[in-house]
Design a protein around this ligand. Structure first.
Ligand code: NAD
Ligand code: MG
Length: 387
């Protein structure tokens, strides 16, 4: 193991995962260095991050937001580049060792794709990339020698636990889910929850889209699909258990019946650090377990009736092809509609199922087919929106 500095491009540095990543880098004692930062429209925060991190590049994907911002305080060695195409070029540059992909939604697909095509090490938070194009992404990674390390806490836990045995001896994995704020709501109550209620996650502090996904359990559906492609598992090898304390981040069951779990307080800085420093472990800034107090860990089966997103996730993980792109885009549009007050919480998952049922299934689409369907599915959701 050398002590060479790892140069990192942080895509989505102004978001929840992006900010936690900068905290991990700042605490690394110089081993980790941010050489590129990207944001869409929060340019004031991006400019401030640039002053603190002195990266080689800052990238703004929203051109209008870039032109409104005063960049006069940018450090002398930092270059501003604008637009999504520029981001795809930056991630491929030779000086970048690791690309931390933390843009939210399928907007993160092309830049992650470009980084994989360039053979980079990918620390992947943007689960939507695997949901939309899992088989194509994994195939590209294999061909270009790009390693994809999960940042999503459940997948990081599975990845860590898998190292306790041989890959062929894994019987199944158990993804844990906090259950979100509505774990004990009836179907009737679920139909009428408000935006504020849905944004109040009990254990995790995250961006708005994934927080709503946690409340509908669509997040776990997306994670089933993510796990299916990332670990090349059959859908029947992926279980989900509700674990409200969010301390056991997931588990791997081996053929002999032994179950290996990974535990830590709910703090994304740990899986981020693990992906950035893999296979090394070093003292970090993530919160630690406090073994002096009583700790209660409970697990219960997920209720498929009240949370129909889970079954939808299984169906899509099984069908593959174009279904992941359609489900993901429909969900992004439905969540955006809900956050604007134009679509009821209880309609998010039915809208996704409806759009999925109406699409022209193709078992082996190209990336362009998937991107076209992404646009189509967003349009279709507008039929569910009341303005
Ligand atoms: P966030 O909304 O807090 O941040 C999103 C980031 O993406 C911002 O930096 C924003 O500028 C950028 N962005 C938004 N739209 C963009 C666009 N069109 N083009 C380019 N950049 C754009 O989101 P987050 O909660 O940090 O989540 C980021 C990703 O990580 C998501 O895929 C999410 O599912 C995943 N993830 C997040 C957490 C968490 O704790 N927040 C945990 C696991 C996985
Ligand atoms: Mg997760």
């Amino acid at each position: 193991m050398t002590d060479r500095v790892t140069d990192i491009a942080v895509l989505g540095s102004t978001g929840s995962v992006g900010r936690s990543t900068l905290a991990v880098i700042a605490a690394s004692g110089g081993r980790l260095r941010a050489v590129a930062l990207s944001a869409h429209s929060r340019t004031a925060l991006l400019a401030q991050q640039a002053v603190e991190c002195r990266p080689r590049f800052v990238v703004v994907t929203d051109g209008e937001a870039a032109s409104r911002q005063d960049w006069s305080d940018l450090p002398a060695g930092t270059e501003l580049v604008v637009g999504p195409k520029a981001l795809e070029e930056i991630v491929a540059r030779v000086e970048i060792d690791v690309v931390l992909a933390a843009i939210v939604g399928s907007a993160g697909l092309r830049s992650t794709w470009a980084a994989i095509a360039a053979g980079k090490m990918i620390a992947l938070a943007n689960k939507e990339t695997l949901v939309v194009a899992g088989p194509l992404v994994m195939d590209l990674a294999a061909r270009r020698g790009a390693r994809i390390l999960p940042v999503d806490s459940e997948h990081s836990a599975v990845f860590q636990a898998m190292q306790a045995g041989r890959r062929e001896d894994v019987r199944r994995i158990v993804l844990t889910a906090s259950g979100g704020p509505f774990r004990n709501h009836t179907s009737e109550q679920l139909a009428h929850v408000t935006i504020e209620e849905a944004l109040a996650h009990p254990t995790w502090d995250m961006g708005p889209k994934i927080t709503i996904d946690s409340a509908t359990m669509m997040n776990k559906a997306l994670e089933i699909i993510e796990a299916r492609w990332l670990f090349q598992l059959d859908v029947d090898q992926i279980e989900v258990m509700i674990h409200p304390q969010s301390m056991v981040h997931s588990m791997v069951e081996f053929v002999d019946g032994s179950v290996v779990a990974q535990l830590s307080p709910p703090d994304m800085k740990l899986p981020i650090q693990y992906a950035l420093e893999y296979p090394r472990r070093s003292p970090g800034v993530a919160e630690r377990m406090d073994w002096r107090r009583n700790i209660e860990l409970t697990f219960e089966p997920a209720d498929a009736q009240r949370f129909p997103a889970l079954e939808l996730g299984r169906e899509v993980a099984r069908a593959g092809g174009t279904t992941g792109a359609v489900l993901n885009a429909a969900n992004e549009a439905a969540v955006a509609g809900f956050l604007k007050g134009e679509l009821a919480f209880g309609d998010i998952v039915p809208a996704c199922r409806d759009v999925l049922q109406h699409h022209d299934f193709d078992p082996s689409p190209t990336l362009d087919d998937l991107i076209r369907l992404d646009g189509w599915a967003r349009q279709e959701v507008s039929r569910w929106v009341c303005t």
